[in-house]
Every structure is written in structure tokens, then in C-alpha cells.
Design a protein around this ligand. Structure first.
Ligand code: NAD
Length: 240
């Protein structure tokens, strides 16, 4: 199947490792030009080198949760490649913690990283997508938007807020040729999963997850918008 993204320009944030990197690689393998960011220079250079074996790539050292960074990343993509077509919004996940153990500062940090950061990225990208009447936005969230994880109260809280915002935004964007979806991972074999040590059943392959993201950002996915795509090996229990 041709995903129809050859020559498109994709911005994938928090993409030197894990699910963000796998998403960037999948898009690069399909012929998209890719801009990535992460905080650590070493892993970022390694990811840029891998992407460069498939496509033109630009790596920007940046903390995506800094409120000024989404605008600068969008500007960097447009300056380097002259356009922007695809945004995959990702950020590191918050620490573990049960609902009554997390404090205001932790909740605010999680909402900043895992809700507001994605909103800022979409807001900055949309004028460019609207201009060309085509755009694909995929937000990497978690299966916790379907089934909250008792020990990840911060993640549950921020990501369900983002889902409510995104569902609203998808309706506002569809007539402009822009889709907006959530890719919702269950347990995958990444450093994050090792760090929180909370695997729930068998682990998914990040490369497969990346290919799901690439499909959601594809031409034939044009009628999929406002959707949540669970990638969790049937782990979540629930009908909605
Ligand atoms: P990871 O820790 O393996 O990789 C995270 C990547 O993001 C790294 O490249 C890191 O450098 C970068 N990063 C982190 N914070 C950043 C920041 N502030 N600015 C720029 N770059 C930053 O994590 P992962 O497993 O790939 O998870 C990605 C997202 O998916 C996280 O939000 C995580 O909570 C969520 N998630 C992961 C799983 C899983 O099983 N791996 C399951 C559910 C949800």
C-alpha cells in the first residue's frame, strides 16, 4: 500500500528514542522528510543518522514542554523544508503516582507536558496545514485514556483532558483537509517502560507502533479523524 507521504514534511517531537523515534523512522521509510526534537544531544544525533539513511532529516535539540518550543520547531521545519504537512506530538510521560499521592505541582507539570504541549504544537502547525488544505496530526497518548492505570494518576489525568480537547479540535479541522487522531499505546518495549517497570501483559514492538502512526498520517487515512487507535494487544477492557 502506498501511504502517499513521499515528499511530505513531518515534525515528530520527543523522537530520539522509543515510540517517537519509531514513528519518525516509519514516516521516513515511507519517504517523508522528517524534523525531530529531543533534549539529549547524543541520542538525538543517533536518531538523525538513522533517519538520514532513509530521507532528509533535521534534528533540533529542544525541550518540547517549554512553551516557546512548539513555535520554534514549526518555524524550523518550514524554514528548512518550505512546508509542513504532518505533526506527531509526543513528550515524555509523567512519573508514577497514585491519585491521592500526587500534588498540585506534579499535576501542573503533567498537564503542561502531556496536554498543553500537544495543544501548542497543533495551534502552531495548523496555519501551515490550512494553507495547503492538507494535514495529518497524530497525538501519542496512552491506553490510559480508555482504562485508567491506578498507579499512573498523572498520565490518566493529563491525557484524558487532551483527548477531550482533541476530539473537539478534530471537528474544527476536518473541513480544511486536516485529520487529528490519537495513537494510544499499551505496554511497549521502550526505555520508559523499563523505567516505570509496569508492563501490563506482553510488550508491543515500537517499530509496529510507528507504522500505525505512519498509517494514521497517510493519504488513505483521510476519513479517519477524531479517533483513538488503541495499540495494546487487546489489554484494555471496555467497549468504548
Ligand atoms: P521513552 O522514554 O522511551 O522515549 C521518550 C523520548 O522522548 C526520548 O527520545 C526522550 O529523549 C524524549 N523526551 C522526553 N521528554 C522530552 C522533552 N521534554 N522534550 C523533548 N524530548 C523529550 O518513552 P516512550 O516509551 O517512547 O513513550 C513515549 C510516550 O508514550 C510517553 O509520553 C509515554 O508515557 C507514552 N506511553 C508509552 C508507553 C510504553 O509502553 N512505552 C505506554 C503508554 C504511554
Amino acid at each position: 500500500m502506498d501511504l502517499g507521504v513521499t515528499g511530505r514534511v513531518a515534525l515528530v517531537t520527543a523522537a530520539s528514542k522509543g515510540l517517537g523515534r519509531a514513528s519518525a523512522v516509519a514516516l521516513a521509510q515511507e519517504g517523508a522528510k522528517v524534523v525531530i526534537c529531543a533534549r539529549g544531544a547524543e541520542a538525538l544525533a543517533d536518531a538523525e543518522a538513522e533517519l538520514g539513511s532513509y530521507t532528509e532529516a533535521l534534528a533540533v535539540p529542544a525541550d518540547v514542554t517549554d512553551p516557546a518550543v512548539p513555535a520554534s520547531l514549526v518555524a524550523a521545519a518550514v524554514e528548512r523544508f518550505g512546508r509542513l504537512d504532518i505533526v506527531v506530538a509526543n513528550a515524555g510521560g509523567p512519573p508514577a503516582g497514585r491519585s491521592l499521592d500526587v500534588d498540585d505541582a506534579q499535576l501542573e507539570a503533567a498537564v503542561n507536558a502531556n496536554l498543553l504541549t500537544s495543544v501548542r504544537l497543533v495551534r502552531e502547525a495548523v496555519p501551515h496545514l490550512r494553507q495547503q488544505g492538507w494535514g495529518r496530526i497524530c497525538l501519542i497518548t496512552s491506553s490510559s485514556i480508555k482504562q485508567p492505570i491506578p498507579t499512573l494518576a498523572l498520565s490518566n489525568t493529563a491525557r484524558t483532558g487532551l483527548w477531550a480537547w482533541a476530539k473537539t479540535a478534530a471537528g474544527d479541522l476536518f473541513d480544511d483537509g486536516i485529520t487529528l487522531n490519537l495513537a494510544c499505546p499499551g505496554s511497549h518495549a521502550t526505555e520508559r517502560m523499563k523505567a516505570i517497570a509496569l508492563p501490563r501483559g506482553p510488550l508491543g514492538d515500537p517499530a509496529d507502533f510507528g507504522r500505525v502512526v505512519a498509517f494514521l498520517c497517510s493519504e488513505p487515512a483521510k476519513f479517519i479523524s477524531g479517533s483513538t487507535v488503541l495499540v495494546d494487544g487487546a489489554h484494555s477492557v471496555g467497549l468504548v
